[in-house]
Design a protein around this ligand. Sequence first.
Ligand SMILES: [Zn+2]
Ligand SMILES: [Zn+2]
Length: 725
Amino acid sequence: MPVKTLPKSVSVLIPLALPAPYDYEVPDGLIAEPGSYVIVPLGAQQILGVVWGEGTGEVDPKRLKPILEVLDVPPMPEVLRRFVDWLAAYTLNPRGSVLRLAIRAPGALEPQRMRTAYRLVDKRPARMTPARQRVVDTAMDQFARTTRELAEEAGVSDGVVRGLVDAGALVPVDLPTEAPFPTPDVAAVSKSLSPEQQAAATTLRERVDANRFAAILLDGVTGSGKTEVYFEAVAEALAQGRQVLILLPEIALTSQFLERFQGRFHCRPAEWHSELSSRERTRVWRGVAEGRARVVVGARSALFLPFPELGLIVVDEEHEAAFKQEEGVTYHARDMAVVRASLGQFPIILSSATPSLESAVNAEQGRYERIVLPERHGVAELPSITAIDMRTEPPERGRWLAPRLVEEIANALAAGEQAMLFLNRRGYAPLTLCRTCGHRIECPQCSSWLVEHRFRRELVCHHCGYSAPVPKACPSCGAEDSLIACGPGVERIAEEVAERFPEARLAVLSSDNLRGPQSHEEMFRAIEAREVDIIVGTQIVAKGHHFPWLTVVGVVDADLGLENGDLRAAERTFQLLQQVAGRAGRAERPGRVFLQTYMPEHAVMRALVAGKRDAFLKREAEARERVGLPPFGRLVGIVVSSENAAFAQKFARDMARHAPQAEEVSVLGPAPAPLALLRGRTRLRFLVKATRNVNIQAYMQAWLGEMKVPAAIRVSVDIDPYSFL
Ligand SMILES: [Zn+2]
Ligand SMILES: [Zn+2]
């Protein structure tokens, strides 16, 4: 009896919201190995997928559909496939949705376009002219050039070059159209390091050499030289033939970083972020996959690039909330970077001047190694921080700056120095109120006030982007010219500064008037060149920029971040204000920082004024440990939303009834979310709290498995939430 061979089958994961891969047949003549990018039929469509492993055998072999095509790109590395699986399981997302994050460079899987260039061979035409001779002389170096390039360099017409091609003296070669990636110069000598920096760099180099997982918290005040120190680890990894990923929280603000990189390695790294053109994305994705791009500096999504030889990750400003992806597949890029390093068995460096409580506790408990860089490199001293009690030193009526702060700014300007005012609130005023009837203008789609933007002459919702012109009459009572702006935003502070210091050159830095990296670069250059006297800005100014002439920093409303009261409010306020303070006095001029506050006795203000960061973190950690909050316990945020309010409420109550009973797990809610209405959807929140030893994913799966979610309802689950709105 003839042996009937079964068709060879593989499982293919498709980048759609599907939990598992599907089986497909591998037709004769095709080679589909694990990780191969393939085109497969799905219903009536043809779709891209990735071979995830052997076929599961769950589909009748006779009914298997065949793989249509195997794409000519290096297979997705096994470690990246395991990372996709791990992240999907941890965040409770379908594996296909996570896979989509790893193939977000549409053109990268298509064959690369080539251009034709020409190289000189050992054959000369029968008829040589002086023009032809110039082309031959130019091409003598054997570099391949296009017709145009050759003609230009030799100073002849294109026709002369074509004549030599016809005569066989120049032969065509295919060159990629994409620009190549320069090789970082690892042999270059770094700036001279202090003994402490040298010691830290040596330790980091040793961790890289050891070729196994290690998490290191690089902890040093602003200006202590953390970047120069971890560049030594980068150099070491590159010298070992490994690729390196450096994650930054705000990719639009990297110009200074790129300059420093260039200074150390004599080339620019590859960049990966949302502002890249799709063509550039394609180039970088392919460069990484083929191992040509050795160093990538990127935003959180760079974690999903197909590095075949990744050997080091650096997470700079590791405490930044921007590492948390809040839309779609929610994940914390810092935490997932640690997982990626652990799967790949190589070290990860978390760098910060104000480490997150999570990382500080991990270092405290020995899970992370901590390297402390104590002093400012080549800089005199840290700025002094003073609280201005707004209850005893209030500003004049209708003003926002306390007299003492105004005086300090005037002194700085008189000395030819710069001053900066920080307020983490965009626009002119956070609330517009009717003087006649008390009506507050709200977003029609969200439960939030509209923020006046005076430059744009609009009221804007900062949650959904809704905007409308400022009305002449009150929309509620119809009274004319009755609307008043309440509270300050940066635009209003800028207005006060312009009135008080009419001679001073003023720069306003906010995401509303700075769009794209170029405008940032230009603004920061102007500040460094002392073309600006006073800077008024939102958190854009808090990030690591050197302003050597800046000596006075005023925080207009130091209490602002404490208002929303979530578990990290104090920690984040401390980090943000500490970073803002770090902008002042970076050269030989000592900086002075003033915090305007109504709560000078608050632990955050006291710790900032006294410079007691570690004591503050320790107290915060103790407070969280007492109530079992992260990092000592686990949290899951759940938002139930619907356009139909009654429907959302009913479903949430139903969900509450189905919550499984479990030891050491408590379910809080449902309660209306602080943002109870967002983009027209009513939102209710649950908060699941558990001890660290609970498998919270299993608990959630059991719970959600009980629920049939109707189409009109959306349930979003956020493991380790950072936003509680
Ligand atoms: Zn009114
Ligand atoms: Zn809105």
